[in-house]
Design a protein around this ligand. Structure first.
Ligand SMILES: Nc1ncnc2c1ncn2[C@@H]1O[C@H](COP(=O)(O)OP(=O)(O)OP(=O)(O)O)[C@@H](O)[C@H]1O
Ligand SMILES: [Mg+2]
Length: 256
């Protein structure tokens, strides 16, 4: 369970700073139950990345609180980072080791787990992203989609309650998108809460239990997917074509 209460985060604008800074997240209160598939949508710069970074203490709110499983993140950073796996916007930034297996083992090793437990987790995580038996592959030899899947496996090996993926489909071709989507569907079916951050809903709308739309750092939409699609284009979020075309009163799509 992730709970934010009145979370506000500003970049810059501190004491001695000339300008007022940027309010990236503005008074966001959000409760994400275990097992939910939540999509956080919004235009570029709407605050999506900053908001999810407050979930595990990578960003500390200027005001408001974040609690994970009832414990304030500020009180127990390790607990928050164990409960929430995060795959960053550019997974290339996240891969730290030379080989797939070493990379996926990195987090569990830092938890100080026993070797056989680490081996078990690495094997299970690689299996979950359809990369079983690829542990000895060199990261440098992987495609972008395979790297994305290794980054997902690295987060899964921590066996988090919540898996946060920031723009998981950026830069992936269609087969790689399908593959990552299939994995997310299976993970969610297995009980993991998935939080997918995107400005393009076409892929994930069918999987979502709920959609939160951000605009200028504030929650502008919080609804089931069917209800959310009507409001999301106003936030510059791409929604599946038929859902838009079916809206009453819409004129037929006119491509230039
Ligand atoms: N390191 C930073 N320093 C200063 N301002 C920042 C920084 N990171 C983000 N911002 C600003 O904060 C606001 C929210 O940015 P954020 O990255 O959270 O948005 P986003 O919704 O994730 O955007 P995108 O879709 O482009 O990833 C924007 O106005 C952005 O310019
Ligand atoms: Mg972002």
């Amino acid at each position: 369970m992730i709970d934010t209460e009145g979370v506000t985060f500003r970049y810059g604008g501190g004491a001695g700073d000339d300008d007022a800074g940027v309010t990236a997240v503005d008074d966001v209160s959000l409760s994400i139950p275990d097992g939910e598939f939540l999509v956080i949508a919004g235009a570029n710069g709407s605050g999506k990345t900053t908001l999810v970074r407050t979930f595990n203490g990578l960003a500390t709110p200027d005001s408001g609180t974040v609690a994970v499983n009832g414990t304030p993140v500020a009180d127990d950073l390790v607990a928050a980072r164990t409960a929430i796996g995060m795959v960053f916007q550019d997974p290339r930034d996240q891969l730290v080791a030379a080989t797939v297996g070493a990379d996926v083992a990195f987090g569990p090793e830092n938890l100080g787990l026993a070797h056989d437990e680490i081996d078990r987790r690495v094997a299970a995580a690689l299996d979950a992203v359809n990369m079983a038996g690829r542990g000895d592959d060199r990261i440098a030899s992987l495609s972008g989609g395979e790297r994305e899947r290794v980054a997902v496996a690295g987060a899964l090996a921590m066996e988090p309650d919540h898996l946060v993926l920031d723009e998981p489909f950026a830069g992936l071709d269609e087969p790689a998108r399908r593959s990552v989507l299939d994995r997310l569907r299976e993970l969610h079916a297995g009980g993991t809460s998935v939080i997918a951050v995107t400005h393009d809903l076409r892929d994930v709308l069918g999987l979502a239990d709920r959609v939160v739309g951000l605009a200028d750092g504030r929650i502008a939409v919080d609804a089931a997917p069917e209800a959310a699609v009507a409001d999301l284009p106003g936030l510059e979020v791409r929604v599946p074509e038929p859902a838009v075309a079916d809206r009453p009163g819409d004129v037929a799509a006119s491509d230039p």
